[in-house]
Write a new protein. Structure first.
Length: 456
């Protein structure tokens, strides 16, 4: 009996047709036989690769609902693979004329999604490098000033600050994992803050920092505002967010810089982040000369506005193609997929709320939610969470664990003794459109895994 197919293979025929068309575009050149070193052993080694790669969680499957790992769209995969026969480098136009143009167009579409017609921006290798560039510009504009970010902001900000030798301090978060406004204003009153990082979609809980109120504080304290929406940025296109969350997204255009990761909800393979600046004038900080890369054109070379030098044109090609197929518009197919993931998270939250075995945290703002098992104490709940995680994996449901502050949960109301400051809780990221249709099966497995643990 032939096993069911889980990975797409039919698209290889489309790739072959596109490769033929690409090849025809260079028919003016004299023919030659391209040497392929080690050709005889390629199939053998590739089969070894296939075997090695089986030692992964099935990130592509709806039963994988743990970390923020979303399979790239078929369009992105095919376009990026096709470009690799050319292997463009988007540092200088010499290395990637077409892919550089595609990058500029795709980045402009992302900037327009946030409400910016005028901007400076480019792709990066990921959110870490994108945030580094944004904070590097902030440091150049406000040297020796303090950088503030929530204690729930991504850890990359503390790492970057160390690299840039910036002074960084954490602002406490409230019981909903959002930046505490009173604590923020208290720190701003000292007068030495140059930049505040607002996180729109924390990676632990999907929480949204209160952007409208932070912007009001900016009117008084005159800091630079950087928005890290690496995870949550694309939810700008959705229509099923809460009123409070929608209000934050409506004001993203007021930021000074924005980071978003197309390799998360933008359906791209890893290696595709994006940094955007509202003021194109910050390009002056990147200015440099290269005696052998910028001579071929008077047009903007992307290396002239990027800290990274060589960068894969394949990332730009995949992104450009995906946005042509799935435009960044409200109500479009990409937006509908995000709305499905959010609907799945809300539905799972309702099930957890109605179940006496669990203590869910606050309602999800995006598609991430966290919950703890109910137990006599927080330490006991943490131990049970680990067991449920393991038992669910045995049943091929893949969740995640997180170590988070106990203030995110109403343990007192649940009768759980708080005997430690943090709890190991279960975490789920329902970022695939298919998760909504699979929610009943996900719940059935979680239910049986939980019962198995509690009956031990």
């Amino acid at each position: 009996m032939t096993p069911p197919t889980l990975l797409d293979k039919d698209s290889l025929e489309i790739l072959r047709a596109a490769l033929d068309k690409l090849d025809n575009g260079f028919a003016f050149l004299p023919p030659f036989d391209a040497a392929i070193p080690g050709k005889e052993g390629i199939e053998s080694v590739l089969m070894q690769v296939a075997e090695q790669m089986q030692d992964n969680y099935p990130y592509f499957h709806p039963l994988y609902a743990g970390q923020m790992l979303k399979p790239p769209h078929l369009m992105a995969r095919l376009a990026a693979m096709l470009s690799l026969w050319i292997n463009p480098n988007n540092h200088a136009l010499d290395g990637g004329r077409a892919s550089s143009r595609m990058e500029k167009e795709a980045v402009a579409e992302i900037a327009a999604m946030f409400g910016w017609e005028t901007h400076l921006g480019h792709l990066t290798s990921g959110g870490t490098m994108a945030n580094l560039e944004a904070l590097w510009v902030s440091e150049r504009l406000n040297p020796d000033k303090v950088l503030l970010a929530s204690d729930q902001a991504h850890y990359t900000h503390s790492r970057i600050s160390a690299v840039l030798k910036m002074k960084m301090e954490s602002v406490p978060s409230d019981s909903h994992s959002q930046m505490d406004l009173d604590a923020l204003e208290c720190r701003l009153q000292q007068g030495d803050v140059g930049t505040v990082v607002a996180t729109i979609g924390t990676t632990a809980t999907g929480a949204i920092d209160p952007l409208p109120e932070i912007l009001k504080l900016r009117e008084t304290y005159r800091f630079r505002l950087h928005v890290d929406t690496a995870y949550g940025g694309y939810f700008k296109l959705t229509n099923n967010l809460s009123v409070e969350t929608s209000a934050a997204y409506a004001l993203l255009h007021e930021a000074d810089s924005i980071v978003v990761d197309p390799h998360k909800h933008g359906l791209q393979p890893y290696g595709c982040g994006c940094v955007l600046f509202k003021d194109p004038g910050v390009g002056r900080f990147y200015k440099h000369n290269s005696p052998y890369t910028y001579f071929s054109s008077s047009e903007l070379h992307l290396g002239e506005i990027s800290l990274e030098c060589s960068r894969p044109g394949a990332a730009a090609v995949g992104l450009w193609a995906t946005q042509k197929l799935l435009p960044l518009v409200p109500g479009g197919e990409l937006a509908q997929g995000l709305q499905s993931g959010r609907a799945a998270a809300l539905a799972l939250y309702e099930k957890l709320q109605a179940d006496a075995r669990f203590v869910p945290a606050f309602a999800p703002e995006l598609d991430i939610l966290i919950w703890a098992p109910k137990a006599d104490s927080v330490s006991a709940a943490s131990a049970i969470a680990q067991k449920i995680f393991d038992e669910a994996e045995k049943r091929h449901l893949y969740l995640a664990l997180a170590e988070l502050p106990v203030r995110f949960f109403d343990f007192d109301a649940a009768g759980v003794t708080v005997d430690q400051e943090t709890v190991t809780c279960l975490r789920s990221t329902l970022m695939k459109p298919e998760h909504l249709d699979w929610l009943d099966q996900i719940w059935d497995i979680l239910d049986s895994a939980t019962n198995a643990v509690l009956e031990q």
